[in-house]
Design a protein around this ligand. Structure first.
Ligand code: CTP
Length: 402
């Protein structure tokens, strides 16, 4: 399962450290190479001899240890590893990593490492729920660090609650998925739109919709994790994401989204229009707040620019264009029409009729309709997994283009 994979395991001082030798043994058995970096406190819970025997490598614990293979061991180990797992991760190492502090071997190595990092926290429930720890975790997540949430159970301090490090088998399963993400979008540029647009009526009011932007953001994350460079054009959303290869452009209205799309479309190989662009906007935006002088009030609305149609018209043969369709009735026929009329390579259909699909939920249920009008329907899944299904289809379509 892990043949040829190089994994760095960072251990901090927590009772859960006793589980790490089991994890190392299991990873080695499945073909991985493992190097361990441990804090001084970690070695109070698990011995260096155990870790060195099981990992078949020296344990790195002192930046300036003359027994290190290289004087800049933190750089050579960082270059060596494919994935860095910190387990168990204390509040201290999370705080140091989030704040760029490098005062021991583990924290120094973390800052020198620029590939996939997975963190499995272990701490007392109150510490895990502490606002400051939470802020650090959220910050790291925003920067693409993957967290394995601790489970609930009895803790070493005698209390029961969230904070117990996930079991080694589960950690192994998660890092397996993460380390094996295919790099099939290497050298590809992807343009993704996300979220709603807001169309002003006056300085205080606007027309919009319930889109949270999550589907578009998950698509962006999936593309980056598979090696692409992403431009994410997003309407107003409450989501943060700053992975190294994402250029985020914030827009508000459909007109702004159109100009940003037209500016960036040409240089991209793949464009995914996941945004819920408002269909109508006020013909005239009142410069002053409209007063409620009468019982009835109407605004004259005009169509917003259909960005996807425009992109379909200027699309080159080597470019791939994907649209979304959110329908309430006759979904399949409507989506097929959009696919044809907007000159798309395929369209992703989600129906408001399916429970758990659409706006404001973390899951989605999609069907993909291809150019030849064939249809594949997927199960209800978290949007992160739906994103992977969509990108798999994109990779197949790209191959068929060549
Ligand atoms: N879209 C767009 N510009 C618009 C409206 C929609 O680019 N002004 C894109 C969306 O991002 C989505 C696709 O078109 O990828 C389908 O959007 P949808 O609102 O379902 O369809 P419409 O074409 O607007 O048609 P209708 O509202 O009649 O279903």
């Amino acid at each position: 399962m892990f043949k040829g994979k190089k994994i760095i395991i960072g251990i901090t001082g927590s009772i859960a450290a006793y589980k790490i030798p089991i994890l190392i043994r299991s990873l080695i058995k499945e073909g991985a190479e493992v190097k361990v970096v441990a804090t001084k406190n970690a070695l109070e819970f698990v011995t260096k001899v155990t870790l060195e025997t099981l990992s078949q490598n020296k344990v790195y614990c002192e930046v300036f240890d003359t027994n290190n293979d290289y004087s800049t061991e933190h750089i050579s180990i960082a270059e060596w590893g494919d994935l860095f797992l910190v387990a168990p991760a204390s509040a201290n190492i999370i705080g140091k990593f989030a704040n760029g502090i490098a005062d021991d071997a583990l924290s120094t190595l973390l800052l020198a490492f620029d590939k996939k990092v997975v963190i499995a926290p272990a701490m007392n429930t109150k510490m895990f729920e502490n606002f400051s720890v939470n802020k650090n975790i959220e910050f790291l997540k925003d920067h693409g660090i993957h967290f394995i949430s601790p489970s609930s159970g009895s803790l070493a301090c005698g209390t029961v609650g969230e904070g117990r490090m996930e079991e080694p088998e589960k950690i192994k399963e998660i890092i397996f998925v993460y380390i094996n993400k295919p790099c099939d979008l290497l050298d590809k540029r992807v343009l993704i739109t996300a979220g709603p647009t807001q169309e002003n009526i006056d300085p205080v009011r606007f027309i919009s919709n319930h889109s949270s932007g999550l589907m578009g953001f998950e698509l962006a994350r999936e593309c980056v994790e598979r090696g692409a460079k992403v431009t994410l054009i997003t309407g107003p959303v409450n989501l943060k994401m700053s992975l190294p290869d994402i250029q985020r452009i914030n827009v508000v209205s459909s007109v702004e989204m159109r100009s940003a799309c037209l500016e960036h479309f040409e240089k991209n190989d793949i464009t995914i229009m996941a945004a819920a662009v408002a269909d109508y906007m006020a013909e005239k935006v009142s410069p002053k707040k409209i007063k409620k002088n009468s019982d009835k009030f109407s605004v004259k609305l005009v169509k917003t620019p259909d960005i996807l149609s425009e992109l379909g018209k200027i699309k080159r043969k080597d470019q791939l264009l994907v649209g979304f369709a959110l329908e309430t009735d006759e979904g399949i026929e409507q989506a097929k029409l959009k696919l044809k009329n907007k000159n798309l390579d395929f369209i992703v259909l989600n129906s408001m009729k399916d429970p758990g699909a659409g706006f404001k939920v973390k899951t989605n249920k999609i069907s993909i309709i291809s150019k030849d009008l064939s249809l594949v329907t997927f199960a209800l899944k978290p949007k992160s997994e739906v994103a992977a299904d969509i990108i798999n289809e994109i990779v197949v379509s790209l191959k068929n283009k060549i």
